[in-house]
Design a protein around this ligand. Sequence first.
Ligand code: TXA
Ligand code: MG
Length: 309
Amino acid sequence: MSIVSPTPKAIAAAAKVIQDGGVIVMPTETVYGLACNALDAKSVEKVYEIKGRPSENPLIVHIQSWEAVAQVAASWSADAELLAKKYWPGPLTLVLPKLSNVPDQTTAGLDTVAVRVPRHPVALDLIRAAGCPIAAPSANVFMGLSPTRAEDVTPEIEVEVDFILDGGPCEVGLESTVIDVSSGNPRILRPGLISRAEIQSLLGRPLGERPPGDLRRSPGIYPRHYAPKALLLLVETLPAGEAGLVFSEPQNSHQLRMPRDPQAYSALLYRYLRRLDDAKVGIIYVVTPPNDPSWEAVNDRLKKASHLA
Ligand code: TXA
Ligand code: MG
């Protein structure tokens, strides 16, 4: 299927596909998602199949507003409500106790569900038009780079979906911050644009730590993830003549200059790694960003991308 412009007609048609149990690609402000009806087990199974994702990895459920949380969550804490009211719509995912109408397939058998209200207008229009919560993992094959532009959705995914709605380049470029607020002290399962410091300051206390060996509860914490096809190596400076991401003046056409601001860097990261993959460079050298809390999400993704499987 080809890429379509998100006209009201295209959004209505995509919503119909979702209502009929199909799968489409939708834009969000973070990355593009492989979208289906979150409450329909068969649709969700198709998404796992298309992604080649192990069924033990739960999906994120996208809803249209804070009020809609009651469609999928059994309860929410005061912390959850505070976070949602501050950051929704936006790149924040909350893990909450689930309602029984959410199929096990969506949550990989967990008794919690990950929920967010995206702020991309096309995603919001689509959720409204479909009239159901939409499950959407990033629209890439398992472990690969998340697409941040419609044209970055790879052919393996493209052939399997009825629509790729083109919402333009994603503003954020990295997946949402995931916070477990289902029990105990809230903890970050996946860092993102909304930083640990911001969340701690809103809640007025430090976030809890993720227990070691808690892999199953959050697939984004597999050691290798978000990776290009090329080997990615983090370095202080690029070896002469090699390809990669730099902060200073590029020395050849396979060296891409990155912004020194973490948000601007995030918005370009996956697109540039993909460009170097397309150029079939064998190794992508990446000049290590500052070891500063504002770079936590970028450094998390780079570390996972550089981990050898
Ligand atoms: O920005 C995003 O979050 C994008 C867009 C499309 O919304 N979606 C995305 O989905 O990144 P995915 O499937 O690639 O990543 C799902 C993440 C996992 O890494 C995991 O941390 C978390 O969601 N997750 C989902 N359900 C969970 C649950 N019940 N408990 C803990 N973590 C969960
Ligand atoms: Mg993903």
